[in-house]
Write a protein that binds this ligand. Structure first.
Ligand SMILES: [Zn+2]
Length: 90
């Protein structure tokens, strides 16, 4: 039996803010042939350009599955005993 106690007020969910962590990793895949754009950190323009070029070279390939991956971090809220030892706390 799995048992957990979750007290929402003591933890805070937010975007990952660690140095070097991307806000988003952008990528896209052609629905027709499965070709994939090279993923990019924080900048979706290269992925959009790839999609346009892909359709230019393959005029019947016009649908893409675009993906943005993002990262979260849960941090201890004030009053949470884990807060004292959290090096990521600003
Ligand atoms: Zn394609």
């Amino acid at each position: 039996m799995t048992r957990s106690i979750i007290t929402a007020a003591e933890w805070t969910l937010g975007p990952e803010t660690a140095e070097g962590a991307p806000k988003g990793i952008h990528s896209a895949e052609c629905v027709t042939c499965g070709a994939q754009a090279q993923s990019t950190d924080n900048d979706r323009l290269p992925v959009e350009v790839w999609a346009l070029k892909h359709t230019g070279l393959n005029p019947s390939h016009r649908q893409f599955k675009a993906t943005i991956e993002s990262f979260w971090r849960v941090t201890p809220a004030p009053g949470n005993p884990y807060r004292a030892g959290d090096s990521h706390d600003a």
